[in-house]
Design a binder for this molecule. Sequence first.
Ligand code: NAD
Length: 498
Amino acid sequence: MRDVGHFIGGEHVAGRSGRSSDIFQPMTGEVVGKVALAGADEVRRAVENAKAAQPAWAAVNPQRRARVMMRFLQLVADEVDSLADLLAREHGKTVLDAKGDIQRGVEVAEFSLGVPHLMKGEFTDNAGPGIDVYSMRQPLGVVAGITPFNFPAMIPLWKFAPAIACGNAFILKPSERDPGVPMRMAELMIEAGLPAGILNVVNGDKTAVDAILDDPHIKAVGFVGSTPIAEYVYSRATAAGKRAQCFGGAKNHMIIMPDADMDQAVDALIGAGYGSAGERCMAVSVAVPVGQATADALMEKLVPRVEGLKIGLSTDSSADYGPLVTREAVERVRNYIDIGVKEGARLAVDGRDFKMQGYEDGFYLGGCLFDEVTPDMRIYKEEIFGPVLSVVRAKDYGEALKLPSEHEYGNGVAIFTRDGDAARDFAAKVEVGMVGINVPIPVPIAYYTFGGWKRSGFGDLNQHGPDSIRFYTKTKTVTSRWPSGVKEGAQFSIPTME
Ligand code: NAD
């Protein structure tokens, strides 16, 4: 049994609140550890450490800050196998998928190595008589990240890598379900040369989150998780005068046009719908074939593929996906399947009775496929976050375009077609933040930004890419004139450059 506390001021500290939560190994269903749930005092202690360390870190030149990140990336590469194993055992996703989780985070940390260039300001020589104007980007101070269970390496890295590279100190509140990898990454940052107090990990639940939101020394909060909590964090953080970016849930559609390569579309749906047991914010959960003939052809190929999914242990390299994160998650998804059946959707593949032989206590669920789902059903409107795909049949392209555009979520969407005109029209018109053309999971590469629209994202700036530098810095603009410049005497009207 592991006991996970907090990581404050460069060292492990035991929890002092008296509250803790179980850490499960989803593939067996066993409790493998306990994680401390911080009280407000522990959050305060982390903030004090961060506050004390931050000015000296901000004074380190950006190239040296980038070098710490470079050494950290080497340390992560050296132990990627054990990190992926730990991640898979706590989360449930396969080890191969866990490596992808780490890699997509690493890519954002690599982007942050460019911070000496990315933080450069602008300069205008001779903007007025003897006047030069320049701008500079400065770190905010102490900032925080609150992250979900489903990407325990990637999303913490999306948050703390750019923030720290910009000269901020960071308080990370990872998910209490899988805190192992975030804690290990904090140790590796210290090993890489990061001063103590710049990256603190406070484990916990709502109590810790509320303490972060109420702390006046924390200047910005980046959140990723479900929409109700994203909205709550956004409103409470901004009401307290903090900068906030909060990303929420999703219902990602994939449109299959009549001219699409059907084998390619089915491969894409199987991987994007069921990979990681559907526990991805960019998972495809709605397939929209256009026209009855396309729908029938799709179902004919899709049903046997869903029936043939290989569900396995997280450590099984031949498994398509592993268990879900908790028993409650399995129950929640099962409940949605029951609702779908009651609402009149046709359950073409029913995975509810799947049992993993020898691991009957593990948190497994077979792949489920609904056909004839309609937009008024709860299984269409709400995020299920499990291995369940809903097919909504659209009569034409116009109806297919309307579905994701009018859905309350707007994270990702994809269109599969060979028609360039249709693809271009779709990309221009669809009301969703990230679009794939023959690409089912259009998570942008690290040097573009990631962010959903509508109720999938609250705040103005996206995650990673150039927006992350904007989010974690503030701009100062300096207008300067030296004594040798033009002397005007006292001036009582608004200064102009004339
Ligand atoms: P969650 O909302 O339950 O938890 C997210 C974080 O908020 C965790 O750190 C958790 O401890 C904390 N939290 C939970 N309840 C809280 C409360 N009442 N008050 C304050 N804080 C609270 O989300 P989850 O189940 O960990 O993650 C899955 C969700 O995250 C899905 O909805 C998924 O779509 C979403 N997600 C979104 C993105 C994105 O970029 N849009 C990426 C990954 C996951």
